[in-house]
Design a protein around this ligand. Structure first.
Ligand SMILES: C[S@@+](CC[C@H](N)C(=O)[O-])C[C@H]1O[C@@H](n2cnc3c(N)ncnc32)[C@H](O)[C@@H]1O
Length: 244
């Protein structure tokens, strides 16, 4: 009897010790980012959920963002209506660059709406601000963010747009966490990325993303997939909504 009691006490102790330690392979014990020595020269050697993060496009190449061929290659005339924006909406253009899309977002939301144009390069924000002044667009707020924080107001944004940006986030987990906090309940987060599934899209591998990879990376955030729009020539438009 005494032996039975001793064995029961020992088993209970062992179980409680295991619960306190937690499962050894839990997500919390797995490093979020991995550094690999062998990697694509266009990437930074840091991997997130199996994907290599790309180098940030420097402001020295800003002219490339304003090239006239973008109208034909990216069809912003199709993308902007597909976002179904309403007058008065608050929109965030993350990684706004020179404001190529910011300026186009500013129109459908009208004077009562606002576009937060977020950038980590102040040189890009200077170029963006000059172009806004030239086109007399007054409903845009330029925001200097950091690599982990877009510095947006909490629960205030109807739609977040990232065109050709997400794959170069240095800290994608932290950025998406903060962006989710800035969305209103039911607000949308939209990724426009060159199609990684399509070898005919003439963009370097780490600068493209597959739909499956975007959905995998968003599956750990409070977001639900809504639709993927495939009407653009080379990019897909992957739309998520913040879960209630
Ligand atoms: C390829 S450009 C695209 C610019 C713009 N979306 C367009 O399509 O014209 C990517 C931009 O994202 C910016 N970027 C990268 N990481 C960022 C971050 N964590 N927060 C804000 N902007 C970021 C870069 O500085 C760069 O200007």
């Amino acid at each position: 009897m005494k032996l039975h009691l001793f064995i029961a006490a020992f088993v209970a102790l062992a179980i409680s010790a295991r619960v306190e330690a937690g499962p050894t392979n839990s997500p919390a014990s797995t490093p979020r980012y991995e550094t690999r020595a062998e990697h694509d020269p266009n990437g930074i050697g840091t991997f997130y959920m199996g994907r290599e993060i790309a180098h940030v496009m420097g402001h020295q190449a800003a002219d490339w963002l304003e090239r006239p061929e973008r109208e034909r290659e990216e069809r912003p005339d199709l993308l902007i209506p597909a976002l179904k924006l309403k007058p008065g909406d608050a929109v965030a253009d993350i990684g706004a660059g020179t404001g190529y899309y910011t300026r186009r977002l500013a129109k459908p939301i009208g004077t009562n709406g606002v576009v937060f144009a977020v950038e980590i390069q102040s040189e890009m924000l200077d170029l963006l601000t000059n172009k806004l002044a030239g086109e007399k667009i007054f409903n845009v707020k330029p925001v200097l963010g950091t690599i982990t924080d877009p510095k947006l107001p909490q629960a205030a944004v109807d739609l977040i747009l990232m065109v050709d940006v997400y794959h170069e986030f240095d800290h994608p987990f932290e950025m998406v966490t903060a962006m989710c906090q800035s969305l209103k309940p039911g607000g949308r987060m939209v990724f426009v990325e060159f199609r990684g599934e399509d070898p005919n899209v003439p963009i370097k591998l780490v600068h493209k993303m597959t739909e499956a990879q975007v959905r995998k990376e968003m599956s750990i955030h409070p977001l639900e997939w809504v639709e993927t729009i495939s009407t653009l020539p080379q990019q897909h438009v992957i739309v998520f909504r913040k879960k209630p």
